[in-house]
Design a protein around this ligand. Structure first.
Ligand code: NCD
Length: 318
């Protein structure tokens, strides 16, 4: 098996064969999820703890369902409501949980790097469910699986990632993944929302949607991350939609069979026209949600196997 990682902290340190291994397994979980009996015992006897220090709807639900379908004992910690309020540090919280012997820890945190720090203090496998504006690896993997299933391949595609790139961990993880799999990545957005280092990332940068979308195979829209903005980055939402919101006219510049993606939650009428988002001939937004569960099942299964192998090597009975 070619998946060697001990934690899933980002896409940056994964090799292309590890990505392919994970996506292949996720494909088989996608089939299981469409069957009548959605259970496997890959995580039977293991404990999964979800720690979300930032609001989440689909990612948390998806990780919870993934763990339950694989037979793990799943616990959701409501971090706003716990000792954090009483001033406990991230590390103390992690050490407390570690003492309860979890096998998988799924963490979302508003600070870039916090999840990696935490992974150094615990004995279990840690999955990054989004850290600040840094990485969101399972999102990029579910996007990759959605693209591979819709396009029949995951290489030599032109992918336009559009909107608020500067504040987006989804964009960063996707740039790593799509680049490793040899695709052409374009970033499209207003200069205020494009990170200054973008030119060093091996991507093409555009500030005009018509040019950026020209002949694209995949159009990936991103939400304006208002909660990460300190001050005004756009003149108004109306103006933003006019210049950067995806509507039928702008999409007309991409390839006729281009697919439309969005990680959610969507701001309809701001970064995407509601009609496009709901167009089942173009939009794969619901497929992304479906693939999210399958990808998280695959990620936790592979990490649990590596954890068991590592413990067996250390002579610990599991
Ligand atoms: C993304 C996130 O939280 O980074 N959403 C998600 O995981 N479904 C993108 C976003 O919040 O815009």
């Amino acid at each position: 098996m070619s998946f060697r990682a001990r934690h899933l902290l980002g896409i940056e340190h994964l090799a292309p064969d590890e990505i392919t291994t994970l996506l292949d397994l996720a494909d088989s979980y996608a089939a299981l999820n469409r069957s009548d009996s959605k259970h496997s015992d890959a995580l039977a006897g293991l404990t999964q703890i979800n720690m979300f220090f930032e609001a989440s709807t689909r990612t948390q639900a998806s990780f919870e369902l993934a763990g339950k379908r694989l037979g793990a004992d799943v616990m959701n910690m409501h971090m706003q409501a716990t000792s954090l309020k009483k001033g406990e540090t991230l590390i103390d919280t992690a050490l407390t949980l570690n003492a309860m012997h979890p096998d998988l820890l799924v963490v979302r945190h508003p600070h870039s790097g916090a999840v990696s720090l935490l992974s150094q203090k615990v004995n279990c496998a840690v999955l990054n469910a989004g850290d600040g504006r840094h990485e969101h690896p399972t999102q990029a993997l579910l996007d990759a699986l959605t693209i591979r299933r819709a396009k029949g391949r995951l290489h030599r595609l032109t992918v336009a990632i559009c909107g608020d790139i500067a504040h987006s961990r989804v964009a960063r993880s996707n740039i790593h993944l799509l680049g490793k799999m040899e695709n052409r990545v374009r970033l499209v957005g207003p200069p205020t929302l494009l990170p200054s280092q973008a030119a060093e990332w091996g991507v093409e940068v555009y500030t005009d949607m018509v040019e950026g979308l020209k002949d694209a195979d995949v159009v990936m829209m991103l939400r304006l991350q208002k909660e990460r903005m300190d001050g005004a980055f756009i003149p108004s939402e109306r103006e933003y939609f006019h210049r950067f919101g995806l509507d039928a006219e702008k999409l007309g510049h991409a390839k006729p069979d281009a697919i439309v993606m969005h990680p959610g939650p969507m701001n309809r009428g701001v970064e995407i026209d509601g009609t496009i988002a709901d167009d089942i001939n173009r939009s794969v937004i619901q497929d992304q949600v479906e693939m999210g569960v399958a990808v998280r099942m695959a990620a936790m299964d592979l990490l649990a196997r590596n954890l068991k192998a590592a413990k067996a090597e250390e002579g610990v009975l599991v």
